[in-house]
Design a binder for this molecule. Structure first.
Ligand SMILES: [Ca+2]
Ligand SMILES: [Ca+2]
Length: 276
């Protein structure tokens, strides 16, 4: 017979639920176990009996929870979930990491109807205290506009890999093209791409990418960009949204001849555009 406590993870202030599971039950008449937890880290919020065995009771005293089931007069041989325990991770907790919730049997606490001790393997559980999921993106070298959902100050011909390295939350983000395909790490990050802050399958926030001087979206500053900026100045084509912000290479909020000259100089190899 085996008794095990499951594991869970959560961040400060969150509640987590552990499951106490009985397997290969050979028949018990009474079952007494105790769980030990650190009260400085956790507060026990509730204990829910799953009615697998009869006559449930529990007591929680300074970090030691005693759980008991005691049909006593007959053997019960059901296996399954015995109880769930919900803990809150205390607000005062600062140290992250895995903390054990110890499961032990009380001496002669697992017996059959003839009061013979039933051999049982016990496995403890744990609660891993993790950092809360980030609410927004931060970066050392890039400009992140959390209000408008934009990331800029990216130079032309920056690979997705080196771009992502500059995002502090890079384990929680994914980069997509403007038509929603995931970008390969060796590809250039381009204007109009979307960086998504993802928690599992849930997209928490997204940011549009602005690569200075790249108004075509390929991550490079070429003759294509030069011609579209020229077309925009002459009112022949409209550059909008992120692409317009990318075309404004001198950062005066307008797309003018000055930007065209900077892009042309970059294309001709005379001078490089400064990422902004
Ligand atoms: Ca381009
Ligand atoms: Ca400008």
């Amino acid at each position: 017979m085996a008794l095990s406590l499951s594991s869970a993870s959560g961040s400060v202030g969150e509640q987590v639920t552990l499951n106490l599971i009985l397997e290969n039950n050979s028949g018990v008449a009474a079952l007494y176990v105790q769980l030990d937890y650190n009260t400085e880290l956790f507060t026990l919020k509730s204990v829910d009996d799953k009615a697998l065995l009869e006559d449930f009771a529990y007591a929680d005293n300074a970090g030691r929870v005693v759980l008991s089931w005691e049909p006593a007069t007959h053997n019960n041989s059901q296996s399954g979930s015995l109880a769930t325990l919900t803990f809150e991770i205390n607000q005062s907790v600062t140290a992250l990491g895995k903390k054990e919730i110890t499961l032990t049997a009380i001496e002669n606490g697992i017996i059959d109807k003839d009061t013979n001790v039933v051999p049982c393997t016990l496995s403890s559980g744990s609660i891993e205290i993790v950092s809360p999921f980030p609410e927004e993106i931060t970066s050392d070298g890039l400009t992140v506009d959390n209000e408008n959902g934009r990331i800029s100050k990216i130079a032309a011909e920056t690979t997705a890999e080196s771009f992502l390295q500059k995002i502090d939350q890079n384990e929680s983000v994914k980069l997509y093209t403007a038509d929603n395909k995931e970008v390969n790490s060796a590809d250039f990050v381009g204007t109009g791409m979307i960086l998504k802050l993802v928690d599992g399958e849930t997209v928490k926030r997204q940011y549009v990418i602005i690569v200075t001087g790249d108004c075509s979206g390929d991550g490079q500053v070429t003759i294509t960009d030069m011609l579209s900026v020229k077309g925009s100045i002459l009112n022949k084509v409209a550059i909008v949204n992120a692409y317009k912000l990318a075309a404004d290479t001198n950062g005066d909020s307008l797309v003018t001849v000055t930007d065209f000259i900077q892009i042309k100089a970059h294309v001709l190899g005379i001078s490089s555009i400064t990422a902004r």
